[in-house]
Ligand binder design. Structure first.
Ligand code: AMP
Length: 507
């Protein structure tokens, strides 16, 4: 049986091929028929270039309909798609090309010279271009090809994509995802979030990442829905499009920014049925404020590159702020102590998952892959968390962000929550910094509000305010007041950057 993911998606495209698939900022519409024809032409081109099923197609391009179509074409032709963040620079690109050895690299015209140089060095035989207007040699070369293509048959465990993890420590690793992995998650989410006829997705996420490319696009395509396909998030633009949309997926920053718009409220959300958040923790205050301003309860879910989504708050039933909900159907999730030992339910431990959505392994790193799986086949996510009393999963952070001070474990989230609740505080990040006596010193980096309460905050005032609520070893030894926290493209706070910036050797 053909398990090519494209075939699954295409089986759900609307009968009426003039139905909209992507609506662009200038009002131009890409119909489902356009998507089928354009992906067929590019699939033919890929084959004509001599690539064989299983070869990699790398793309470092801006978000355009053509970029999404290139992904679909790679699937159709049986290739392995490798999306790359346009922000990656020379040394990162060099690593990815040498590591993945794609048969085709699609780059932006302005990066052509660098791409050609690195491609030659890595033995990548073909380099084509795609610009931010969807033009370039990729499209020109595909134009003469036929607009029908028989999607190449693939089995569930054939690879569909390699996504390099953001790699905040050590080398970035290529997570290999199979057609079966992606199909499993697409089907699960489409059903769990009740996608229905008439849904319109507001798509403002990047498409080089699991969230925007897989979670968002697969749900819309599986539903034959239209997407407002915007190059990036913009709060004012979102306010214009929300009244014509029914579902939005975003990182927490999107919701924070929407709430900063004075006129954002029930009226702007009148046609919406679902707001979904993920990729980074949604602050409880944002969750609560969103509810009181709009009447909508944001649905928070949790997952990662290595397996798509693992948990979700329920569609029906209570969506609980500060939690990421329940394990999704088909995903087994457990929380264990060091050495995979059982721990008391409710205590904080390491989150491990198993299921058809969990990735195949890291590209070219069999040893690393082996290390990251338990003997009974669970993947060690690297996240720490706990079950609440009703079985909702609560994420405390990445295990590598755990602070060990005087031999005692400190979970940053516990302290961040106390600081965040103080008047004048926007948010905070707690990190461990090297300390001669304690090994690591608990350190809080705090973003102040720009009002009088924010200006009144002081280092000693913050320490004094939380001191009585924490065991002594958890009380921050150092506090820094800042205007904002460093975040990556997915809105994640980059604690590695904070650790470097505030390292005692640099102070
Ligand atoms: P990525 O592979 O870039 O998608 O990053 C995955 C990581 O993001 C996870 O391992 C978590 O640490 C974090 N993450 C994703 N969703 C959430 C969430 N809802 N709450 C807290 N952390 C999250």
């Amino acid at each position: 049986m053909n398990r090519n993911l494209y075939s699954l998606l295409a089986a759900h495209f609307p009968q009426d091929k003039t139905a909209a698939c992507m609506i662009l900022p200038n009002g131009r519409v890409w119909t489902y028929g356009d998507v089928e024809r354009a992906s067929a032409r590019i699939a033919h081109l890929i084959v004509a270039l001599g690539l064989q099923p299983g070869d990699r197609v790398a793309a470092q391009v801006e978000k355009t309909p053509e970029a999404l179509v290139l992904y679909l074409a790679a699937l159709r032709a049986g290739m392995v798609f490798l999306p790359l963040n346009p922000a990656y620079q020379r040394h990162e690109l060099e690593y990815f090309l040498l590591d993945a050895k794609p048969g085709l690299f699609v780059c932006r015209p302005q990066a052509r010279a660098l791409a050609a140089e690195l491609a030659a060095q890595a033995g990548v035989p073909h380099v084509l271009e795609l610009d931010d207007g969807g033009r370039g040699s990729l499209i020109d070369a595909a134009a003469p090809h036929a607009d029908r293509f028989d999607t190449v048959a693939r089995s569930a465990d054939n690879l569909a994509a390699i996504l390099y993890t953001s790699g905040t420590t050590g080398r970035s690793k290529g997570a290999m995802l199979s057609h079966g992995n992606l199909a499993h998650n697409a089907k699960t989410l489409h059903k769990y979030w009740h996608f229905q006829p008439g849904d319109v997705l507001l798509h403002m996420l990047p498409i080089f990442h699991v969230h925007g490319l897989f979670v968002a696009c697969h749900c819309a395509l599986m539903n034959g829905s239209a997407m407002f396909f915007e190059p990036k998030f913009d709060a004012a633009r979102a306010m214009e499009l929300l009244p014509q949309s029914t579902v939005m997926m975003g990182v927490p920053t999107f919701y924070v920014r929407l709430l900063q718009e004075p006129s954002f409220g029930r009226e702007a959300c009148r046609s919406m049925r679902l707001f979904i958040s993920g990729s980074a923790p949604l602050l409880k205050e944002t969750f609560d404020e969103f509810k009181s301003r709009t009447g909508h309860t944001i649905l928070e879910r949790y997952g990662m590159t290595e397996g798509g989504m693992f948990t979700s708050n329920p569609y029906e039933g209570e969506r609980r702020g500060g939690t990421v909900g329940f394990p999704l159907p088909g995903t087994a999730l457990r929380i264990v102590g060091a050495g995979n030992t059982a721990i008391r339910r409710g205590s904080v431990g390491n989150i491990q998952v198993k299921g058809d959505n969990v990735f195949v392994g890291y590209w070219g790193m069999p040893e690393k892959t082996k290390e990251e799986f338990t003997p009974d086949g669970f993947f060690k996510t690297g996240d720490v968390g706990s079950w609440d009393a009703d079985g909702y999963v609560v994420i405390s952070g990445r295990s590598k962000d755990l602070v060990i001070t005087g031999g005692l474990n400190v979970y940053p989230k516990e302290i961040e929550e106390l600081i965040d609740a103080m008047p004048g505080v926007v948010e905070s990040a707690v990190i461990g910094l090297p300390h001669p006596d304690f090994g690591e010193a608990v350190t809080a980096v705090v973003v102040r509000q720009k009002n009088a309460e924010g200006r009144a905050l002081t280092e000693s005032g913050i320490i004094a305010a939380i001191k009585d609520q924490l065991a002594n070893f958890k009380v921050p030894k150092w506090v820094y007041l800042v205007d904002e926290l460093p975040r990556n493209a997915m809105g994640k706070v980059q604690k590695n950057i904070l650790r470097q910036e505030y390292s005692p050797t640099r102070r």
